[in-house]
Design a protein around this ligand. Structure first.
Ligand code: CMP
Length: 139
């Protein structure tokens, strides 16, 4: 399995706060190449499919509501050790626990409105990338 691809979304809070440009700049300065990028808006149902792994969690309903509340930017990124390095760049899920200088520390509001999603494994990066992009859109 390739270790050089990850999948990310800029979430509705960061989009609404006009932080997408600053976030993309940080991603590129950290050495990630943008392989695919899409501005879109998830329906509640599509958000539910994307986060199906969390279906049993108490926050699932709110997470789906939130992720379908406004536009997002989905991206496939390339770099050596992309998944691990990207999770370091974005910081902990809960911004209160995120390290200084990370994207979530700088831009996230709460554990739900936490500015960015980052795939948690090489396998999920592929699955999640395929959720948003056809093979023709990945170059
Ligand atoms: P993300 O990396 O997109 O993966 C799953 C998301 O669920 C996570 O970021 C958070 O936004 C959200 N999440 C995780 N734990 C909680 C929680 N305890 N309460 C609300 N949302 C959560």
């Amino acid at each position: 399995m390739a270790k050089n691809i990850t999948f990310t979304m800029i979430k509705p809070d960061a989009m609404a706060d006009q932080n997408a440009g600053a976030i993309i700049k940080m991603i590129q300065e950290a050495g990630f190449k943008i392989k695919a990028m899409k501005l879109t808006k998830l329906s509640n149902e599509r958000a539910g499919e994307f986060y199906a792994v969390h279906r049993e969690r108490p926050f699932y309903g709110e997470l789906c509501e939130y992720m379908s509340s406004g536009p997002i930017i989905a991206m496939i990124l390339e770099k050596e050790n992309a998944v691990t390095d990207f999770r370091t760049l974005i910081g902990a899920t809960n911004p209160q626990e995120a390290a200084e200088g990370t994207i979530r520390k700088l831009f996230a509001k709460s554990i739900e409105a936490n500015a960015m999603h980052g795939a948690d494994s090489d396998e999920n990066a592929i699955v999640e990338g395929n959720f948003f992009f056809s093979s023709l859109e990945k170059f």
